[in-house]
Design a binder for this molecule. Sequence first.
Ligand SMILES: NC(=O)c1ccc[n+]([C@@H]2O[C@H](COP(=O)([O-])OP(=O)(O)OC[C@H]3O[C@@H](n4cnc5c(N)ncnc54)[C@H](O)[C@@H]3O)[C@@H](O)[C@H]2O)c1
Ligand SMILES: O=c1ccn([C@@H]2O[C@H](COP(=O)(O)OP(=O)(O)O[C@H]3O[C@H](CO)[C@@H](O)[C@H](O)[C@H]3O)[C@@H](O)[C@H]2O)c(=O)[nH]1
Length: 445
Amino acid sequence: MDVTIFGTGYVGLVTGVCLAEVGNNVLCIDIDPHKIDLLNSGGVPIYEPGLDEMIQSNRTAGRLRFSTDAKAGVEHGLFQFIAVGTPPDEDGSADLQYVLAVARAIAEHMTEYRILVNKSTVPVGTADRVADTVREVQARLGRTVEFDVVSNPEFLKEGAAIEDFMRPDRIIVGTDNPRTAELLRALYAPFNRSHDRLMLMDVRSAELTKYAANAMLATKISFMNELSNIAEAVGADIEKVRVGIGSDPRIGYQFIYPGCGYGGSCFPKDVRALERTARGLGYEAELLRAVEAVNFRQKTVLFRKLNDYFGGELGGKTIAIWGLSFKPNTDDMREASSRVLMEALWEAGARVRAYDPVAMDEARRIYGERPDLILVNDALSALDGADALVVVTEWSQFRSPNFNAIRSRLRIPVIFDGRNILDGSLARAAGLTYVSIGRAPLKPA
Ligand SMILES: NC(=O)c1ccc[n+]([C@@H]2O[C@H](COP(=O)([O-])OP(=O)(O)OC[C@H]3O[C@@H](n4cnc5c(N)ncnc54)[C@H](O)[C@@H]3O)[C@@H](O)[C@H]2O)c1
Ligand SMILES: O=c1ccn([C@@H]2O[C@H](COP(=O)(O)OP(=O)(O)O[C@H]3O[C@H](CO)[C@@H](O)[C@H](O)[C@H]3O)[C@@H](O)[C@H]2O)c(=O)[nH]1
């Protein structure tokens, strides 16, 4: 089938490449000429495991092409996927300008039936706004070309995006038109083989399902972070509590890891946007507000622990940081906890020596050259001349470090583990003080 994708970010690129992988003829359109040039010259603008190889093999096979030409895109695909950003507006609600710009471009160039498939995360009612926008442009141009707008939210996780798309838990399709539903079912058939994962519903329910999923997951994390602070106060161990509650199948083990807050381009913005949508309709979403507030506070927990440890004297100190991305296996630093920590440290007059397996270029892009940020090429080098080590991102390669090497390279033998991924008893045995989340600190005997 012929498919056009608008937007070559995480979602658009992964959708395009995975649809090409199963044999579709895919044309990806982006307004950013640098991205398109890079993709056309064999480069990849984002780090995502497996993506590079799949892009190259599908380009070579002629099933995947990239262009800035919106008209060519509209002519190409029966399916017109919208996978552009929906960043927060000033008041936290989703900014739909990019989605509506794509709707206008499709409307302007459409000469035969098209299905607009919205993959961006958008507030309930957006499909109607997209349809109104297309109708307005058509009215201005004096045309009436048939079209449908479908909601097809995306649930992929960065770092596991290809796997999530190729083997989805569910494929949500929101449409009231049975013919469109069948066309979507055919497009998704290769991802739907072992059992039917396609869930058909009305458009508004599909749009809300996306926010509901992210809000639920964010709620689980904030709940655990709130409990971790209570655990510290009452002298309990949050990791024991986590295992204790996770064993109840009604609760489950997934997404109840306490830490230094959730980041990324989705949870923070989507919780906020859902709360703003509700408020706009006269409903105060108290729970969502609390989820956001707890996360905001939790992102400062590492700074507070460091500040307490150093008696408020962080000026002139050097802090080693392991992990800059908002989670492992991505170079994405949007709303990353590392940023809150580094900015607070700089404000307090401290220097940072940081290492991340893939996000260092992104850190350079965000912060530029500055004397209080030294990016080093391996984890242990971050410790040289540092007064403490802070683990911010739960990369696998940080989990079993050589604690003796850490102790001998740090100026002051102390680790702050923002994700509870290290074995505190080994750290302690190596002569390090181990400070983590939701547990009492461990000090060398
Ligand atoms: N990143 C994720 O893990 C993820 C997962 C599920 C859903 N989502 C949602 O999907 C949407 C896209 O997210 P993303 O992370 O891929 O965004 P992104 O910022 O990585 O990419 C968006 C792309 O759209 C392009 N663009 C903007 N206007 C355009 C236009 N008029 N025509 C063509 N291209 C245009 C931009 O240049 C950019 O390359 C958002 O609504 C997001 O909430 C993201
Ligand atoms: O138990 C946990 C699990 C995650 N996190 C943190 O939560 C954040 C988000 O993690 P994750 O959900 O794995 O990453 P995303 O790529 O942002 O994916 C989320 O957001 C996407 C965009 O909407 C959705 O498609 C995905 O289903 C949803 O998991 C990261 O900072 C993690 O460190 C925790 O603190 N504790």
